[in-house]
Design a protein around this ligand. Structure first.
Ligand code: PLP
Length: 411
């Protein structure tokens, strides 16, 4: 049973007949057209559909081959937007500590996960970092969740004031944090405050939905649930559902118009961008979401999964926190529920759980470095949206057996 879809990619399972048929049919019609000179019906239809479904005025789509390329495009477009406006002093982004936005040099540089960056530091531009929204670890005694969210969001204002708004291009964050910290859902009001600060100081809000987007959290775009709009959004993984490599950047009218009425050309591009086979596949993925009503189903089944995980692990001394939204769940592993102390890094608990789960016929995505890139462990679950209620039971049972075999009560 694949309960993680690789890294939250295979949202339609591995053998969807409609997706395979759409891909084959596209390859029969057109294998490749260079997007510097040509467009394709598939790319145009996908752009039309994705922008129609996107919140706010994200009316412009740019297709690439994956998440890092989408983030890279977003960072460059954001900088070019200010260049077009003559605001050349804007050079840096603000992101959150422990964040991950991709492995190409630009995307890696902007991420706050030190462990991933360490060997490449001399090659990376320096950016600015604020705290993640991680109440399980950081909420203070006596502070409500709302107050906590406002406090950590206000760090954005503090850093802008400290560095000068005219040196900053934008703020980048995942609406729901995926791999690095085991699914962190934002607290109420957090992103509203972030949006307010971005508007007040004239910096762009870039939301990285590479992992949490495309229905994973129970709405097509994760940030729909925050009641905000973004200037640029990146998506990938679920967009191609694993059948084709594809990512997308969506940009607002304001950004698009500034570039098109300015130099008229986004100074970027890749050979395989807007590939016809990839865009035809993604278009069919969106069609399948609609035809099979999979996104509301992901929301409902996800609630069921969350409830069952909490029941199954309620007596486990080693599962400190269970958090998630839609079909996107994380279980944070601790040595002691009261102190929240993590297992030592050397315990490699995540690898043992992964192996034990495979032994029980379950693929999940346990990782280390949950707290600060080095310490802490979690298990990430991102099952396909087609999962049935019976399969949810099977998933929880297999996971419990795997966790208990690695962490028996006397561990
Ligand atoms: N952004 C986020 C939030 C991700 O989770 C990932 C990949 O895990 C990326 C960007 C990079 O995507 P890719 O691996 O497709 O380049």
């Amino acid at each position: 049973m694949d309960a993680c879809g690789g890294a939250a990619v295979s949202c339609l399972g591995h053998n969807h007949p409609d997706i395979k048929a759409a891909l084959k049919s596209q390859v029969d019609q057109l294998s490749y057209a260079h997007s510097a000179f040509f467009t394709s019906q598939a790319a145009e239809q996908l752009a039309e559909k994705l922008t129609r479904l996107a919140p706010g005025n994200l009316n412009h789509a740019y297709f690439v081959s994956g998440g890092s390329e989408a983030v890279e495009s977003a960072l460059k477009l954001a900088r070019q937007y200010f260049v077009e406006k003559g605001e050349l002093s804007r050079k840096r982004f603000v992101a959150r500590r422990q964040s991950y936005h991709g492995n190409t040099l630009g995307a890696l540089a902007v991420g706050g996960n030190e462990w991933r960056k360490e060997p490449f530091t001399p090659l990376l531009m320096e950016h600015l970092y604020i705290s993640p929204c991680y109440p399980y670890r950081d909420q203070r005694d006596g502070e409500t969740l709302y107050e906590y969210g406002q406090r950590v969001a206000n760090e954005l204002e503090e850093i802008i004031l400290q560095e000068g708004a005219d040196s900053i291009i934008g703020f980048i964050a995942e609406p729901v944090v995926g791999a690095t910290s085991g699914v962190l859902t934002p607290v109420d009001g957090y992103f509203k405050r972030i949006r307010e600060i971005c508007d007040q100081y004239g910096i762009l809000l870039i939301l990285d939905e590479v992992m949490c987007g495309m229905g994973r959290t129970g709405t097509l775009f994760a940030h729909e649930q925050e009641g905000i709009t973004a200037d640029i959004v990146t998506v990938a993984k679920g967009l191609g559902a694993g059948y084709q490599p594809i990512g997308a950047m969506l940009a607002s009218d304001e950004i698009y118009n500034t570039v098109s009425e300015g130099s008229g050309f986004f100074q970027h591009g890749h050979t395989y961008m807007a590939h016809s086979a990839a865009t035809a596949t993604a278009l069919e993925v969106l069609n399948v979401f609609e035809r099979e009503r999979l996104i509301p189903k992901a929301w409902a089944t996800g609630n069921d999964l969350g409830r069952k995980l909490k029941e199954a692990f309620s007596d486990s001394p080693f599962i400190g926190d269970i958090r998630g939204r839609g079909l996107f769940w994380g279980l944070e592993i601790v040595q002691d529920r009261t102190t929240k102390a993590p297992f030592p890094v050397t315990s490699a608990i995540h690898k043992k759980i992964k192996q034990a789960a495979m032994g029980h016929g379950l693929m999940c995505y346990p990782m280390g470095g949950t707290i600060d890139g080095k310490n802490g462990h979690h298990i990430l679950l991102a099952p396909p949206y087609i999962i049935s209620a019976e399969q949810v039971d099977e998933l929880v049972l297999k996971l419990k057996k795997a966790v208990n075999s690695v962490l028996p009560s006397e561990y």
